[in-house]
Design a protein around this ligand. Structure first.
Ligand code: ZN
Ligand code: FE
Ligand code: FE
Ligand code: FE
Length: 160
């Protein structure tokens, strides 16, 4: 890599891998959730994640590059951790609360990644692309915030 443009492409592919992995993992989270509101939150974000993956494909096409070719090892680890948590022997209310903790780690990772590439896109003069990626950034922030509220107003209390 010689330029910020190439670093930007690298980060874009990393996020594409992250979203692709998440698309496979989220249905398991939907299935494992007991609380109906938590289940809905995961389901809604699954739908959003499909759109996010598509946005990255559109951006890659606009840039004339392939979105594939990189493996996001951090997302692999975060998903591995979430899946191993699901195998723990836990009361359903406690498992629900714990799943939020796992999911928020994932959202924070995505928020960080999109924060960076939106900034790179702006600095490289890719204004339309920056705008598109910023939409995803906002969705990730919103998902994190709703999970937080769900934990604070509902699931932590149920788990007590
Ligand atoms: Zn790398
Ligand atoms: Fe995402
Ligand atoms: Fe990554
Ligand atoms: Fe997300």
């Amino acid at each position: 890599m010689k330029t910020l443009e190439e670093l930007f492409e690298h980060q874009l592919r990393d996020l594409y891998s992250a979203e692709t992995q998440l698309l496979k993992a989220l249905p398991k989270m939907v299935e494992a959730a007991t609380d109906s509101k938590l289940q809905k939150a995961f389901k809604d974000h699954l739908k959003e994640t499909e759109g996010q993956k598509k946005r990255l494909e559109e951006v890659a096409e606009e840039l004339g590059i392939k979105p594939t070719g990189e493996e996001c090892k951090a997302m692999k680890g975060l998903i591995k951790e979430a899946e191993s948590f699901l195998k723990e022997d836990a009361e359903s209310a406690v498992r629900d609360a714990g799943m939020i903790a796992e999911a928020q780690r994932i959202e924070h990772y995505e928020i960080s990644g999109y924060g960076t590439i939106v900034r790179y896109a702006k600095e490289l003069g890719h204004d339309a692309i920056a705008k598109k990626l910023y939409k995803t950034f906002q969705e990730e922030e919103k998902a994190d915030k709703s999970l937080n509220e769900l934990a604070e107003n509902r699931l932590n209390k149920k788990a007590i």
